[in-house]
Design a protein around this ligand. Structure first.
Ligand SMILES: Cc1cc2nc3c(=O)[nH]c(=O)nc-3n(C[C@H](O)[C@H](O)[C@H](O)COP(=O)(O)O)c2cc1C
Length: 373
């Protein structure tokens, strides 16, 4: 078995080596530079929603949808459809953008709709509208009305265009009690609780659960294939699809897509990923677990809203965050997470927080691509 593995590895290494030789060092550098600049241009467009153009019908609501799409969402599939209605904006799932292996019951799809609804509601306040978020079994409706208050920015609104998941090591420093209180308060919504864990013992216990979840998931070829399908190994590819997980944003090298796919097969191992997760947990200041009261779509939407609010509050304070949901997703590990949390509820989302570097933001499809006529 070992010999077989070595043989396969050698073949892969040869393939990669041959590929590199074919492209040539200079050619590779030029390709990387072109991919990076295509990505940077797309990032600028996505994360700078245009100023309102009142002459356009639905200009304001289209702008609100733009802000909504900047929310966190599973694998960056952007699993949402928006409908502009007289009383507000309806956000429903896009079945074509499910991730059935990692998320068979669509928990993450509906949590992503909640995150988008939260961004939309926060952006509405910027334009002087009051927003009421109503989660349901089919999705979430954001009712919009005149607020009777002056339009104005807020720290959370300013954070909407700065937030991103930072899947890198943090600096290992603690956060202040004031920071944790603010993050926890931001995530506490009707029907949702947040449990914060900052001690070394708790972070070690949670790291072990993340590693157990990751080990189970990476042992499933369907999980790995689904993940690989959504990875964008080069910036030009990401700029064409405007979705997916940009490899360089997670600290991986920018390489042509064909080469990235081969490197992924070669370098993406259980050992390397588990070591990365242990390091990430060690260098984080703490972990928040989101727990909704009800294990149904409305509860999952509320959990997504809570996660988005915590990430925005953290961003406003210069604090990074990222998800580590493996122990909620791997069904064999979830009961151990519940035992650790001493809860009978299904844990919805696991997020780590800390201070650290700032990678590029991931891309989004424009409002026109996600609004139904
Ligand atoms: C419900 C949900 C589940 C997620 N699960 C994970 C996860 O387990 N691991 C991870 O690294 N990111 C996870 N993410 C983060 C998304 O991959 C990320 O939001 C998406 O790629 C867009 O990138 P951005 O948040 O940096 O804009 C999750 C996000 C949501 C909303």
């Amino acid at each position: 078995m070992q010999a077989l593995t070595r043989k396969r590895t050698t073949r892969r290494a040869l393939l990669v080596g041959a590929g590199l030789a074919a492209v040539g060092g200079g050619g590779l550098i030029a390709l990387r530079a072109a991919a990076r600049s295509a990505y940077a241009a797309a990032e600028e467009t996505v994360w700078t929603p245009p100023a309102l153009r009142p002459e356009r019908p639905d200009a304001l609501r289209t702008t609100l949808v733009h802000y909504a799409t900047l929310a966190a969402n599973g694998h960056n599939t952007q699993p949402w459809r928006f409908r502009l209605e007289a009383e507000g904006i309806r956000i429903g799932p896009d079945p074509a953008r499910r991730t059935p292996v990692v998320d068979p019951d669509d928990h993450h799809v509906f949590a992503s709709l909640g995150a988008a609804a939260e961004n939309l509601a926060i952006a509405a306040g910027r334009f002087g509208l009051a927003a009421e978020v109503a989660p349901g079994a089919d999705g979430v409706f954001v009712a919009l009305s005149e607020a009777g208050t002056a339009p104005g920015s807020s720290p959370l609104f300013a954070a909407v265009t700065e937030r991103r998941c930072v899947r890198l090591d943090y600096d290992g420093a603690q956060l202040s009690a004031a920071d944790w209180n603010a993050i926890s308060a931001a995530g506490t919504l009707p029907g949702v609780d947040v449990a914060i864990h900052t001690s070394t013992a708790d972070r070690n216990a949670l790291a072990a659960l993340v590693v157990a979840g990751n080990t189970a998931q990476m042992g499933d070829p369907a999980f790995v294939a689904e993940l690989k399908h959504w990875i964008r190994f080069d910036g030009s590819h990401a700029a064409r699809t405007l979705d997916g997980l940009y490899a360089a944003a997670s600290g991986n090298p920018e390489v042509p897509a064909w080469l990235g796919a081969r490197l992924f097969d070669y370098a993406f191992t259980v050992e390397s990923e588990n070591a990365r997760y242990r390091r990430q947990m060690e260098t984080s200041a703490g972990v928040a677990v989101v727990l909704a009261e009800t294990d149904a779509r409305a509860g999952w939407i509320q959990a997504g809203r809570a996660a988005q609010r915590m990430a925005l509050e953290a961003t406003a304070r210069g604090i990074r965050s990222a998800f580590l949901n493996q122990p909620t997703e791997a069904l064999g590990v979830r009961p151990d997470l519940m035992a650790f949390l001493k809860t009978s509820r299904r844990p919805n989302l696991v997020m780590r927080f800390g201070r650290g570097p700032l990678p590029p933001r991931s891309l989004r499809r424009p409002p026109e691509a996600v609004i139904d006529a």
